[in-house]
Design a protein around this ligand. Structure first.
Ligand SMILES: *Cc1c(COP(=O)(O)O)cnc(C)c1O
Length: 418
């Protein structure tokens, strides 16, 4: 499946794969997230295939969308996984993922997370600081399991993306400088509890321009060669994730094949395994959030649609000022008007989209597109709103892969004081 799995048919019905979204909304209720199983699998495969004969591993960034059925779909395709917590490792294992294909990123790994990952035999720890390296060495000694490490370098390139999702600049909290990394590699190389395996970086997210990534790759390769001249040989280069997607027509996101080829070109001929950690580019455009219009309201000429999804369900518009396309699930002949799509949460920042041209009536369904990444995973129970259901579509069937939360679910850990 190379085309977008979300298409409108000639009757004006929005479909995902071979199912009508309205049909799903009526049966499952709203708000709900709906994902395309074949779309997710084929985007992962697009990265994998593009590497050809080059040794490689495409590690899906679990934080983007960690639903077990998403992870299972990718595990069955042969994916590796990039995790940032022990919780994500537990999910990967439960979904049938292979621990030996897991890399563990993140600046704040705890001792218990390190123990768990060591015991499960993950592929590599992506070390983000000197203190973390010493801690991991200690845990490896205590467990009598050598820890396989990569040092995350900060190549200090500007990814030209949103400030909150840029990670490869000196002033960001991620990774270490090349100078620091050099010291850490020598230390790790000499340690009997650490095994030097690779090097990694991740310069940012929603990258639409591949030049900064290529610049980072060149700096990383030059450094890897410097290490080799010291007798420290690396077995993989991990370029992180970050490939962007089209949220609007005018965005020009490179394809996975373009992205992979740009990396291969910048790194040059090598037998070293290349890893990438795409998240958004695999799931982003393979998911939609479906919501129902509860009320229409007009305030001094300004029009609002109050819908049953809110910032607690999808925070990107409020948090990053992100723009996501919103469209009618079933088109009608009524006239379009400029309207703000807002949720019921008591915050002015609670909107999904502003000033959209839509023709809508009370009770209609709307679809927020490009919601497969950083959607459900960033949702909360703010305003005591149960979290949305998640649905996975596979051709002409669907599966509820996470039940809508109940009020009992959201209060279950709380107690009254006697
Ligand atoms: C967030 C993150 C990713 C995934 O980023 P995308 O932009 O979703 O591809 C990959 N690697 C690391 C280390 C990350 O922090």
């Amino acid at each position: 499946m190379n085309q977008n799995p979300i298409q409108r048919n000639t009757d004006g019905q929005l479909n995902i794969e071979n199912l009508s979204i309205e049909h799903i909304a009526k049966e499952v209720g709203t708000p709900c997230y709906v994902y395309s199983r074949n779309g997710i699998r084929s985007r992962w495969q697009a990265f994998d295939i593009a590497f050809g004969q080059q040794p490689h591993l495409v590690c899906y960034a679990v934080k983007t969308n960690s639903n077990l059925a998403v992870l299972q779909t990718l595990a069955q395709a042969g994916a590796g996984f990039d995790i940032v917590s022990g919780g994500e490792l537990a999910r990967v294992l439960r979904a049938g993922g292979d621990a030996q294909k897991v890399v563990f990123s993140g600046v704040g790994k705890t001792v218990s997370e390190m123990r768990f990952a060591l015991q499960m035999g993950i592929k590599c720890f992506n070390i983000e600081s000197e203190a973390e390296l010493y801690r991991l060495e200690h845990v490896a000694q205590e467990q009598a399991i050598p820890a396989v490490v990569s040092i995350r370098v900060n190549p200090d390139v500007d990814p030209k993306t949103h400030a909150y999702i840029s990670t490869g600049l000196k002033e960001n909290k991620f990774g270490v400088s090349f100078d620091k990394a050099f010291e850490l590699y020598r230390y790790a190389f000499a340690s009997e509890h650490l095994v030097v395996q690779g090097i990694d970086c991740h310069i940012g997210s929603q990258l639409l321009d591949l030049a900064p990534l290529q610049e980072a790759a060149k700096r990383v390769v030059a450094f890897q060669q410097k290490l080799a001249s010291e007798g420290i040989y690396l077995h993989h280069i991990d370029m992180g994730g970050g490939l962007g997607i089209n949220y609007q027509d005018e965005d020009q996101a490179p394809s996975p094949a373009h992205y992979v080829n740009a990396i291969i070109k910048a790194i040059g001929q090598t037998d070293i395994e290349i890893l990438v950690e795409p998240g958004r580019a695999i799931v982003g455009n393979n998911g939609v959030l479906i919501t129902k219009v509860e009320y229409l309201k007009e305030n001094e000429g300004k029009h609002f649609a109050i819908v049953d999804a809110a910032m607690n369900d999808l925070i990107r518009p409020s948090l990053y000022g992100a723009w996501q396309e919103i469209c009618e699930v079933t088109t009608s002949n009524s006239t379009k008007q400029l309207i703000d799509i807002v949720g019921p949460v008591c915050e002015t920042g609670d909107f999904l989209g502003k000033q959209r041209q839509l023709a809508i009536q009370e009770g209609d369904y709307l679809a927020v597109l490009s919601a497969g990444a950083y959607g459900f995973v960033m949702s909360s129970n703010y305003n005591s709103r149960p979290r949305a259901a998640e649905v996975m579509v596979d051709d002409d069937c669907y599966h509820i892969v996470r039940k809508r939360e109940t009020l009992d679910d959201i209060m279950c850990g709380e107690t009254l004081i006697d």
